[in-house]
Design a protein around this ligand. Structure first.
Ligand SMILES: Nc1ncnc2c1ncn2[C@@H]1O[C@H](COP(=O)(O)OP(=O)(O)O)[C@@H](O)[C@H]1O
Ligand SMILES: [Mg+2]
Ligand SMILES: [Zn+2]
Length: 605
């Protein structure tokens, strides 16, 4: 039996033995086990010469090229716990746990243990990942780190397959896993069907790339895919954490002499928030300069500064409010207000609260947070008049000499109001005519709001700032009692949730480095709106906790006796935009010294 044409059209990657040992084992497997049944894993082993789409390792000596290649296809469901495709030795009997991609016969001694690794789609970002499934051998992902270092994956450790050609080594076996997506549209459709079978209505935002591209930027352990927003002096990109596959967003501030102070202010405020892990405020995962150095960088005065945070699929501007249950809406509003309470308690005014700066991380469970600290200021009084968007600005910014943090309360009320029918007013609301029209509008909307909310908003919209409740006051209102408690997850429960979900399913991998506010109420929404779902904020986490796994790995890289991976090159190192911790010169040196791909095939003897 051969791979059906339908199955072959759903293929997206190939796995080709690169070392002689790996080639010999696969060839002798083929000689012994001709495929006998429909859907046999042996169908996935095909003669390399039949593959038109395989990107051959260019100057490979044809004699050293593998005769056979293994195909990954959505046409076959993987037998991993979460439908991962398992690569390993062919089953000897019908009762053993099936292997999806066979690399040798079951009796082969090529490696200790039966499984090598698993390949899977990340449920939140959709990227292709690999996981070591062998308890006896480390899996080496060659040249996969920014400086061309090798990455060691121990049993169950995973990594994003972030190069077009991914060179893998386990024991004496070397493979190249290559992307072979021919049609983006077909790939997206079949990936969706595949994931929906396991997770219900599944989708991921299109800002996450389906395969590596030359214009992806590597910034420490994250890879930046595409631009999702552009401001005057900043650009926000979506990307993934290479170690977890979790979606992240990176705000890059292009610093010039004119705006360096503003950038430094934003970074320092974001850092204070990260250091205290304040709930309801967007957490900073890490910050870095254009060289990949933690800030401040001593090498350059003016350069790009990157703020990396968890990815939010929506803002208050773009969330599908019409489809969201009232209880979930209230839960999202409460998160934003908690953020404001914490910000004000830390002695910081935000000064630019508007729907585009209120990020929604998840609808089930509800998770929202305040972002964009570009206008924020430490202190309790402000005088600057030119702040954020006028439609959301409190009247006293224009009408009085000074203002207080109460301007944030006013703007928050307007941002909440706009989730019902959009922003139908124009600002500023500093003249009485506009202002009373707005209050009338609020009254008209009252029946469509959860009971009691309009009253809370009216108080927050008091003309006189001293009459407005504080965020803390607002949070004691009875209106929040309508948040469905059965669905609600208390923050204190989140830690045990994380542990149990980790045990129960690797598909539900907690976002190790996505600290987020506690979450509330579920909803009746489809999966599309639910995913991606960041996890709760580990309250005790230190500001650096998210980098510890990175450091661990780096440490291990230094300590461990790497397989002395033989010199193997990759096609991406030279072309992918890289941002990392060496200066340009040494970077260039490293590149020119990178071993050539040709040596890959002969690396093993
Ligand atoms: N963590 C994130 N996840 C997803 N999108 C984000 C994230 N942070 C910012 N954005 C998007 O980028 C836009 C601009 O980011 P922001 O920090 O508000 O910068 P600006 O100073 O230009 O307003 C936001 O309105 C939002 O649409
Ligand atoms: Mg903004
Ligand atoms: Zn720098």
């Amino acid at each position: 039996m051969a791979l059906s044409s339908a199955e072959s059209s759903l293929s997206f990657a190939t796995l080709t033995p690169e070392s002689k040992v790996a080639q010999t084992h696969l060839a002798s497997l083929v000689a012994k086990h001709r495929s006998d049944a429909v859907g046999s894993p042996m169908d996935l082993v095909v003669a390399t010469r039949h593959l038109t789409n395989i990107i051959s390792s260019d100057d490979h000596d044809p004699a050293s090229r593998s005769k056979y290649t293994i195909i990954f296809t959505f046409g076959r469901k993987g037998h991993g716990r979460d439908s991962e495709w398992i690569v390993g030795k062919l089953n000897s009997d019908k009762h053993g746990k099936p292997i999806d991609m066979p690399i040798s016969s079951s009796r082969s001694r090529c490696i200790k243990g039966r499984k090598l690794f698993e390949v899977f789609i990340h449920p939140k970002s959709g990227v292709l990942m690999i996981r070591n499934a062998n308890a006896n051998h480390s899996l080496w992902y060659l040249n996969a780190d920014n400086q061309g270092d090798h990455v060691e994956l121990r049993n169950q450790e995973r990594y994003v397959l972030h190069m077009s050609t991914n060179l893998l080594r386990i024991g004496s076996l070397d493979y190249a896993l290559r992307y072979s997506i021919e049609s983006t549209r077909a790939f997206l459709a079949s990936r969706k069907v595949y994931m929906q079978r396991q997770l219900g209505d599944w989708d991921v935002p299109s800002c996450f790339a389906i395969q590596p591209r030359h214009d992806h930027i590597r910034l420490r352990h994250v890879i930046l895919h595409s631009v999702i927003a552009k401001g005057g002096t900043c650009v926000v990109r979506a990307g993934v954490d290479r170690k977890t596959g979790n979606p992240i967003a990176c705000k890059t501030m292009q610093c010039s002499r004119g705006n360096i102070e503003a950038a430094v202010n934003e970074i320092s405020i974001a850092s204070v928030i990260a250091a205290h892990a304040l709930s309801g405020l967007v957490p900073l995962l890490f910050k870095s300069c254009g060289h990949g150095h933690p800030l401040p960088c001593s090498q350059a005065e003016l350069e790009d500064m990157h703020l990396v945070m968890p990815y939010a699929p929506f803002t208050f501007d773009t969330a599908p409010w019409q489809e969201i249950r009232p209880s979930v809406k209230l839960a999202l509003f409460r998160h934003a207000l908690e953020g404001l309470k914490n910000l004000h308690a830390a002695g910081i005014m935000h000064r630019d609260i508007d729907p585009s700066n209120l990020l929604v991380f998840s609808l089930q469970p509800a998770a929202a947070a305040i972002g964009d600290f570009g206008m924020a200021k430490v202190g309790s009084q402000g005088v600057e008049k030119s702040l954020g968007s006028l439609a959301y600005q409190a009247p006293e910014v224009a009408t009085r000499e000074t203002y207080t943090e109460a301007i944030d309360i006013f703007s928050m009320a307007l941002s909440i109001l706009a989730t019902f029918e959009g922003c139908i007013w124009s600002g500023p609301l500093s003249d009485h005519e506009h202002y009373s029209a707005l209050l009338n509008y609020l009254t008209r909307l009252e029946t469509r709001m959860p009971a009691g909310l309009a009253t809370v908003l009216r108080a927050m919209l008091s003309w006189d700032p001293s009459h407005r409740p504080s965020a803390e006051d607002v949070l004691t209102d009875a209106v929040w009692e309508q948040i469905a408690e059965p669905d609600s997850v208390r923050t204190s429960d989140r830690q045990s949730d994380r542990q149990s979900s980790e045990k129960s399913s690797s598909m539900q991998q907690p976002d190790d480095d996505l600290p987020l506010p506690g979450s509330d109420a579920g909803d009746g929404l489809d999966r599309r709106l639910r995913s991606p779902i960041p996890e709760a904020l580990p309250r005790s986490s230190s500001p650096n906790s998210n980098t510890s796994s990175a450091d661990d790995l780096d440490q291990r890289m230094k300590r461990s006796h790497a397989p002395p991976p033989s010199s193997v090159g990759n096609d991406d190192a030279d072309s992918t935009a890289e941002v990392h911790g060496r200066d340009d010169m040494s970077e260039r040196m490293n590149r020119s010294e990178a071993p050539s791909p040709a040596s890959a095939a002969n690396g093993e003897t």
